[in-house]
Ligand binder design. Sequence first.
Ligand code: PEP
Ligand code: MN
Length: 285
Amino acid sequence: MIEAKLAAKSRADHKTKIRISEQIAVGSEEILIIGGPCSVESLEQMEQVASHLALAPVQVLRGGAYKPRTSPYSFQGLGDAGLKILAQTSQRYGIPTVTEVMSIPQIEAVVAHADLLQIGSRNMHNFELLKAVGKTRKPIILKRGLAATIEEFVFAAEYILSQGNPQVILCERGIRSFDTYTRNVLDLGAVVACKQMTHLPVIVDPSHAAGKRELVASLARAAIAAGADGLAIECHPEPSRSMSDARQALSLPEMVELVRSLRPVAAAVGRRVAIAPTQCQLSAA
Ligand code: PEP
Ligand code: MN
């Protein structure tokens, strides 16, 4: 048994619910759906995503401004300009946002522009960064390291919790294995184990696990059936033109359809997907 003092359940029904806005929380009956492009590319792109996804509904808008890319020659994200676009879109559409923070000096700007901070897989072992985000008051989505054991994953959460920030959301996003057909291997066993061991909400990112758009919806449904508290999914107005992770991006109609398909699965495991607002409610807002 892992000796995580703060992440571990104190009793069987111990669950932490993390509030994201007045209407939105994760870790309760309702499933949290996060959607958006891999990278923020332009204001127009983010507005198209936000307006379309309100129909799904997607409750949190994602988009990377600082991008951890395998090659230093690939698009590295719009940086500070990307954060501004994210914040503008959020204000205009009234949707909370999440974006990755890659280093300690970026924390201040990301805290000022986004509602949740994401620690990416490549930084799950960056203990100084974990401690630094542990001193903020924003919810943190902690992604599992590319080759991190479940124990290392939970201890990474413990680093954040130990600094006084109780709002940690674990995110399983696939781990490296020998098979290259999928980008990574989605470890649903880890979702079940983390839910049993810890009181923290656990979400799943099937996009980075699959690496191929045609696998994403089925993995998303499997994640909900396995007890995940939410999903983080990449989608784009023109998937093939995404500046990063084009191969795994869903189109916006595919994203809406995916959310619709989750409803019966969620109901079968005693969970719920938020009801989409009608066009009429949207135009009144
Ligand atoms: C991302 O979510 O944009 C991302 C880079 O994911 P990961 O850290 O899981 O690779
Ligand atoms: Mn991506």
